[in-house]
Design a protein around this ligand. Sequence first.
Ligand SMILES: NC(=O)c1ccc[n+]([C@@H]2O[C@H](COP(=O)([O-])OP(=O)(O)OC[C@H]3O[C@@H](n4cnc5c(N)ncnc54)[C@H](O)[C@@H]3O)[C@@H](O)[C@H]2O)c1
Length: 259
Amino acid sequence: MDALTRTRPAGPVVLVTGAAGGIGGAVARRFLDGGWRVAACDLADTPAAIASDQRLLAVGADLRDPAQCTAAVDATVAWAGRLDALVNAAGVWTQGASEHTTEAEFDHVFDVNVKGLYFISAAAIPHLAQSRGCIVNLSSDAGIQGNAGAAVYCASKGAVSILTKALALELAPRGVRVNAVCPGDVDSPMLHGQAEAHGGDRPEAYLARLLASYPQGTNARFIRTDEVAELVWFLAQPLAAPITGANLSIDFGLSAGIV
Ligand SMILES: NC(=O)c1ccc[n+]([C@@H]2O[C@H](COP(=O)([O-])OP(=O)(O)OC[C@H]3O[C@@H](n4cnc5c(N)ncnc54)[C@H](O)[C@@H]3O)[C@@H](O)[C@H]2O)c1
């Protein structure tokens, strides 16, 4: 046993991307609370302001670069000696009329939401196969139904949802489960950024319009990040063993059909 192994805290290990964000941060906290070690990955210049905990490793990576995806997995395994789960919560939003969408906007959304998620998952596969671990992807209601004015984001999340199914089939023989959660509107920096960027001088009206589309009517509220984190946590537990290839909605029924 070397010195690093002797001083290493015990417990299963999760690598969470987008860990400086709303959902990724809540997921990191949930796994820490559950006794796991957490590699919290986000852009290098974004502080992983989660907790000061010896069970936490901050990993800087721009996931648009496949080499940095691999480096993030390598850093996690070098630190913890194993990898039991990967939660892909990094993501970016865009909206706007399709005839005005630039190639740069399109590439940015696909490079983070699809390419980065794919290559960090690919790098994690050998380690997850060893631990018989799992991947949980953040898709969206926009991955299973169209959202007007958000064609590029919807296409990226549709890719995440179907990639989840294909990877689940590919990795099932090696004991690795792959699932996606599909939240509706979550009270997070992404949502408020959307409202600020696209709500003109009335971001609160933008948010109210979103809530108006929920079947709860005047009782509608945004989903909390800890509610999404709890579902992600469940999917990484032994009780979820039969669940793979699933896209689980957590959206107050938003994607269930027409009211
Ligand atoms: N907030 C919502 O309403 C909502 C709804 C459905 C799905 N989602 C999805 O859930 C995930 C998390 O969303 P959130 O609400 O926490 O958003 P958020 O903006 O709070 O967090 C996203 C994080 O991703 C990181 N990130 C962006 N580009 C990156 C890159 N190139 N490399 C590494 N990290 C990068 C950001 O720095 C940020 O910390 C996203 O995939 C999002 O699309 C969000």
